[in-house]
Design a protein around this ligand. Sequence first.
Ligand SMILES: Cc1cc2nc3c(=O)[nH]c(=O)nc-3n(C[C@H](O)[C@H](O)[C@H](O)COP(=O)(O)O)c2cc1C
Length: 134
Amino acid sequence: MVKMPAEVRETLEKQKPIPIATASKSGVPNVVFVGLLKIVDDETLMLADNFFNKTAQNLAENPKISILCYNGDTKKSFQIKGNVTVCKEGENFDQMRAWVHGINNKLPAKSCVMVKITEIYNAMWGPAAGKQVA
Ligand SMILES: Cc1cc2nc3c(=O)[nH]c(=O)nc-3n(C[C@H](O)[C@H](O)[C@H](O)COP(=O)(O)O)c2cc1C
């Protein structure tokens, strides 16, 4: 696991909506936007599955994710990769439901997707493009 440097955290905090990519077991890619992403700590993110379909299927068979963020003001962009655990009960699930239903209690809050960050890359254009930052 790696820790998000402050500049990565700040860039991710401002990204709305957030593109997340998953892949099937056979490698078919899929990208969707999410609005509900919580930074739990510098190593851990929480996503709320309200409407995931192919995304949920992909995570069930290939528990890896890639998350992208960009800030045009600071000219910073990062690609965050992680390993995923999906839960439908327990402490994290209860926290996810309280968070989501605090925003809108009509949302289904089907499952909680916990992401442990494994790698972070610079995704900005220029000479540092593609370099690993954590
Ligand atoms: C701006 C925006 C924010 C969204 N936020 C979420 C979200 O936080 N959670 C969620 O489950 N779906 C969210 N969606 C829906 C997903 O992007 C997508 O429609 C859903 O996962 C179905 O696609 P899939 O079959 O590829 O998974 C959002 C869509 C948009 C356009």
